[in-house]
Ligand binder design. Structure first.
Ligand code: GLO
Ligand code: MG
Length: 347
């Protein structure tokens, strides 16, 4: 059923993990990051997504020149494997300075730490050849809403975007919205919030978003609609495809495994709007099950890519003329039956 892949796929090394969760330790042996790069091409992936400390482990202990020397080394490794760096994201949720968030922390020293680390991430992105920095605003939010002045927080976020845009005249900033976890109430919970910040910034053409399926579901929104909203504004920098079984902890399940029809609609919106034609990657953010044996575990990545490609084939054989007829006749009962039967393979 799979057609020749004409999409380029990417994932981050954190997607090959050891199975630790908040209730138990690792269930698999650690697998060295640099050894992971050799796994990409044979599985059909060309792009690598990074956190700053995926590129430069122990980043906090190194001088700026050492950080960039290490990043240059990673770029050479990527070249050897025929890989490209898609983006680099500052990991602003591990360090003691980011316990209460970075950009929106109540502490001026912590905010400065977050800004410095973010500007350094731009340098790292440039060095590894990535065109974008991703901001997943992990701890920008609150555990109790009275803890921060929210108006001030949003102004501070905008200020950071403008400082990043001024620091580098080419880099793109892709905001990855998420409504909760690790905070209870996150700032920038949806695509709409991220896009409003983009348009308020000093160079909105360089501020885009990453839509993650599970994050949209956690916001009780349809992931394909979040993607469509960004596409309508030419602002879909990347996607983090995965799935999520309702409103609970962030699951990062394999794409299409919980709601196949919602996954089909995500593929449709990407297909129909030329996603990928300007070099955008189909990014996956999927977590291997803790129960899975072996090291390294990669089946979840392979399987998610295959499910995506199978859905691309379904999208291409979806009879658009028929869809238009159902729409014109306002026969949505018929349209729904056709769509479900098409997915089932019975029509
Ligand atoms: C967590 C996010 C996270 C980001 C990654 C890149 O919920 O999905 O995995 O995608 O840090 O910014
Ligand atoms: Mg993600």
């Amino acid at each position: 059923m799979t057609k020749t892949p004409d999409y380029r796929f990417s994932f981050g090394p954190w997607n090959i993990n050891e199975g630790a969760d908040p209730f138990g330790p690792c269930t698999r042996h650690p697998y060295d990051h640099e050894a992971k790069y050799a796994l990409y091409r044979p599985m059909g992936f060309e792009g690598v997504q990074f956190h700053d400390d995926d590129v430069v482990p122990e980043i906090g202990k190194l001088a700026p020149a050492q950080v960039l020397a290490k990043a240059a080394g990673v770029r050479a490794i990527l070249n050897n494997h025929g890989l490209a760096a898609e983006f680099v994201a500052p990991r602003l949720w591990f360090a003691p300075e980011t316990i209460d968030g970075g950009y929106t922390s109540n502490s001026a020293a912590d905010r400065q730490y977050a800004l410095d680390r973010t500007l350094q991430t731009i340098d790292i992105a440039r060095t590894v050849g990535a065109k974008a920095v991703v901001l997943w605003l992990a701890r920008e939010g609150t555990y109790v809403r009275e803890a921060k002045n929210v108006v001030t927080a949003y102004r501070r976020l905008l200020e950071v975007l403008n400082k990043m845009l001024a620091y580098d005249k080419e880099i793109e900033i892709w905001i990855e919205p998420k409504p909760n976890e690790p905070t209870d109430l996150a700032f920038v919970p949806t695509a709409g919030h991220a896009m409003a910040l983009a348009y308020a910034s000093q160079d909105h053409r360089r501020v885009k978003i990453v839509v993650e399926s599970a994050h949209a579901i956690l916001a009780n929104l349809d992931p394909s609609d979040e993607m469509a909203f960004a596409l309508a504004h030419d602002k879909l920098g990347s996607v983090h495809l995965n799935d999520q079984n309702g409103l609970k902890y962030d699951q990062d399940k394999n794409f299409g495994t919980t709601n196949l029809r919602a996954a089909f609609n995500q593929v449709l919106v990407l297909e129909d709007n030329g996603y990928g034609r300007n070099g955008e990657f189909v990014g996956l953010d999927v977590k291997a099950m803790r129960t899975q044996k072996g090291s390294p575990v990669t089946d979840h990545l392979r399987n998610t890519r295959q499910i995506f490609l199978d859905l691309v084939a379904k999208a291409r054989s979806y009879d658009r003329k028929r869809v238009e007829e159902f729409r014109a006749a306002r026969d949505y009962e018929g349209l729904e039956l056709y769509t479900v039967q098409h997915l089932l393979g019975s029509r």
